[in-house]
Design a binder for this molecule. Structure first.
Ligand SMILES: Nc1ncnc2c1ncn2[C@@H]1O[C@H](COP(=O)(O)OP(=O)(O)OP(=O)(O)O)[C@@H](O)[C@H]1O
Ligand SMILES: [Mg+2]
Length: 248
């Protein structure tokens, strides 16, 4: 995926908000890219544009030969809230993207994915009958069910407790290693970004610009315990300093 000179201004009644300023970035095929930055720096704005959910003021985003201007079948998005429809059970929530595309759900793939995330047997449950972690696992299955090549995740685990979040981090690392998808993942947690990413894009305060790109060469699979090693903590602090020193 290639982002070239992406800028976005929102026109509101109280004036123009300059959310993104000339962001250019080449996302490598199959990489796990995390985006970190202060609140309001335009991370979601950038991700929504990558999903084709809204347009840029200038610049462009491409996936291979196609310019992203509308939702694209190869790109799936997972939000902070699982966004399951409360009146549909798990199975029919997961079938929704297929209905929107007017295709038949790939039952075999869905059942493999449900098994994979530990939700086999919960197909007939409604969202209110599932924990937050289970709902988020269901939304990952919904995102992967259509077999996209790019998965966009906007603080997907931000609302979960620390223990469930660790579990989800392990799960998404495993799924990424198994499937070779390109994942672009927004987080507020430096530790989460370091744990998951091949590269971390650090953005400046609004208007969002790329401030720094950090390569993370920790061996995989990474165990949760890596986060308590002195090397890991030193890296977290390096990134914290990077952000603090520039007063973002
Ligand atoms: N639809 C909109 N209309 C007007 N302004 C908007 C709109 N969406 C976002 N903004 C503004 O654009 C800026 C960037 O917002 P965005 O949601 O992209 O930030 P973010 O980095 O995702 O923040 P957070 O970490 O809090 O989720 C903010 O100042 C926000 O108020
Ligand atoms: Mg956001």
């Amino acid at each position: 995926m290639t982002i070239s000179g992406a800028s976005k201004r929102y026109d509101t009644r109280s004036g123009t908000v300059h959310a993104l300023d000339r962001v250019s970035l080449e996302v490598r095929d199959g990489e796990f890219l995390c985006i970190l930055g202060p609140s309001g720096c335009g991370k979601s704005t950038l991700l929504w544009s990558m999903a084709g959910l809204h347009g840029l003021s200038s610049g462009e985003i491409r996936l291979g030969p196609s310019k992203i201007e509308a939702p694209h079948p190869e790109i799936a998005m997972i939000f902070q809230e699982a966004n399951l429809l409360p009146w549909r059970n798990l199975e029919s929530n997961i079938a929704l993207p297929f209905e929107l595309k007017r295709t038949k759900p790939d039952r075999a793939r869905i059942s493999r994915l449900l098994q994979r995330v530990g939700l086999a047997g919960f197909e007939s449950k409604y969202p209110r009958e599932l924990s937050g972690g289970m709902q988020q696992r269901a939304s990952i299955v919904r995102g992967l069910a259509v077999d996209p090549s790019v998965l966009l995740m906007d603080e997907p685990f931000g609302a979960l407790d620390a223990f469930t979040r660790d579990e989800m981090n392990l799960l998404i690392q495993e799924i990424w290693m198994e499937t070779g998808k390109t994942i672009i993942f927004i987080t507020h947690s430096i530790a989460e970004a370091l744990f998951l990413a091949d590269r971390i894009v650090v953005m400046s305060a609004r208007p969002g610009r790329i401030q720094e790109i950090v390569e993370v060469d920790l061996p995989r699979p990474r165990p949760i315990s890596v986060q308590s090693t002195p090397e890991f903590i030193a890296r977290v602090n390096d990134i914290k300093d990077m952000i603090d020193h520039r007063k973002v």
